[in-house]
Design a protein around this ligand. Structure first.
Ligand code: ZN
Length: 494
């Protein structure tokens, strides 16, 4: 864990308020706080002397409670991430590093670093993006500074003060609420305590309320900030952040902005989704927002692998399949595990009448998305509800197609309960989600414990294969590549 200690926090019950004036027997502000922007200015003053803040460095630890990325959907346990930021507001410089952990030994470490007019992002341990450098322009740099600093309410309020969206103000007892009406129709409420402290923001979307709760305000060198932040979605905790170190007006460390020489900007390839026949009747869809999906032309219908991200993404996959093989029904979709990025497009397949092949643990989780009545999903299935069809398996399942038999296997792992993959023995082809991911540029790094378990499983089951297509990353994995990754010494856990 990257803990920076040694900074002492002075706890105060509530911050000192801005200039007060006696009037009608009680203390009143000199400025009227009935008007939204006047109120925001007062709240910004109550937040302390942020005008004096030229640079800020702060570190947070996040407990990630998102059940859709956990090992167990029914009994999720938090995973812990770290984030460290250095910002120079005057010279427009930012360094932002995150370490996030997922079940089964996945550790992703990313750095975002920029100054003046350009910003870069790279993968420190190269296990996800390899040596690919992502470049952003001045606008991306400014947005990154804005979003990262908005972690501290003062900067959030500053952005609110500068917004051209319309605002309204209401009182709920002693609490003041400012509502922002965004152009996309969303509304966001900002809740303030009687001490003008931001205690909560609430983003209101159809069927979905995302709240951010600020608490444990502390004072440090004339500024106030909340040590703890919690995000809930429809009341369910998604994450908890805690500021574990913070300092202001220390010189910005320019050396950390240097991009290690081994990282390169990729040659611009087409980002359009396309289907190509990689073996007879076996099609690979590439560029599904950086993902790979396979479909197999079986005798009695088409089999698809995974339903990524959203109904919209799955709609475009379904359209491409019908375009490629007109008139053929999409009979099956296989889901490797319940994680949202692999399954949240499932509603489009249910509407299509496709049968879901998966394990009971995966089915139990995705039933929540399929049967959702909150109104947050606005798609074909919400307009025209249809029952979901499942074919569940516990260990092993075979689709005995004459030309292209398909085998499904569950693999024990620490990544997700009920994880499975599929194998085409005639083609010697494996398709898998999150059992092994290689970056697009083919950079091989030490295998995770999930990949090591998968490798042992393939050997134990004597599965002979020539090509492996991962849902993420490179889709031409060879047995030699997997062997190399497994032979490498695992990275020390952080
Ligand atoms: Zn996953």
């Amino acid at each position: 864990m990257l803990l920076l200690l040694g900074i002492s926090f002075c706890l105060l019950a509530s911050p000192e308020l801005p200039v007060l004036k006696k009037g009608a027997g009680k203390l009143r502000y000199t400025v009227s706080d009935d008007e939204p922007k006047a109120f925001i200015r007062l709240a910004m003053r109550a937040a302390g002397n942020y005008q004096a803040v030229k640079t800020i460095k702060f570190e947070t630890i996040r407990a990630n409670h998102n059940k859709w990325q956990n090992y167990s959907f029914q009994h999720p346990k938090p995973t812990f991430d770290n984030a460290y930021r250095e910002i120079d507001f005057e010279k427009k410089k930012i360094y932002f590093k995150t370490v996030s952990r997922y079940g089964g030994g996945y550790v992703f470490e990313f750095v975002t670093a920029g100054s003046d007019t350009v910003i870069y992002n790279y993968d420190v341990n190269k296990s996800r993006n390899g040596k690919r450098l992502v470049k952003g322009n001045q606008k991306t740099l400014e947005n990154t500074i804005l979003t990262q600093s908005a972690f501290l309410p003062y900067y959030n309020l500053k952005a609110l003060l500068e917004t051209t969206d319309s605002l309204s103000l209401r009182k709920e007892g002693k609490v003041t609420v400012i509502r922002k009406f965004a152009r996309n129709g969303n509304r966001q409420d900002f809740y303030f305590s009687p001490a003008y402290q931001l205690t909560r923001t609430s983003l209101l979307q159809p069927g979905l309320v995302v709240d951010t709760w600020y608490s444990d305000y502390v004072s440090y060198q004339g500024i106030y900030y909340p040590k703890k932040t919690r995000v809930t979605s429809n009341g369910e905790t998604q994450l908890k952040d805690e500021v574990v170190a913070l300092s202001i007006n220390k010189p910005f460390n320019d050396t950390i902005l240097a991009i290690p020489a081994e990282y390169v900007l990729p040659v611009q390839a087409s980002a359009n989704m396309k289907a190509s026949e990689i073996k007879k009747d076996i099609y690979l869809i590439e560029n599904v927002q950086g993902r790979n999906v396979l479909f197999v032309n079986l005798a009695n219908g088409i089999l698809v692998t995974e339903a990524p991200l959203s109904s919209e993404v799955s709609r475009s996959i379904i359209a491409l399949i019908h375009n490629t093989l007109p008139g053929k029904p999409i009979k099956y979709v296989h889901l490797s595990h319940f994680h949202n990025d692999h399954t949240h497009g499932i509603r489009a397949f249910v509407h299509e009448g496709t049968t879901i092949i998966t394990t009971p643990a995966t089915a139990k989780a995705i039933a929540e998305v399929i049967n959702d009545t909150s109104g947050r999903y606005i798609d074909d299935l919400s307009k025209e509800p249809r029952p979901a069809k499942f074919e569940l398996f516990n260990q092993h399942k075979i689709l005995s197609d004459a030309q292209h038999p398909v085998r499904f296997y569950t693999v024990p792992s620490n990544h997700a309960e009920g994880l499975s993959f599929l194998y085409l023995p005639v083609e010697k082809l494996i398709y898998e989600g999150d059992l092994y991911t290689l970056p697009d540029d083919g950079t091989i790094t030490p295998a995770t414990e999930t990949t090591r378990g998968f490798h042992r499983f393939l050997q134990m089951e004597k599965i002979v294969w020539e090509r492996m297509v991962g849902h993420h990353g490179l889709n031409t994995i060879t047995p030699a590549m997997l062997e190399t990754a497994v032979q490498m010494t695992p990275a020390a856990s952080k």
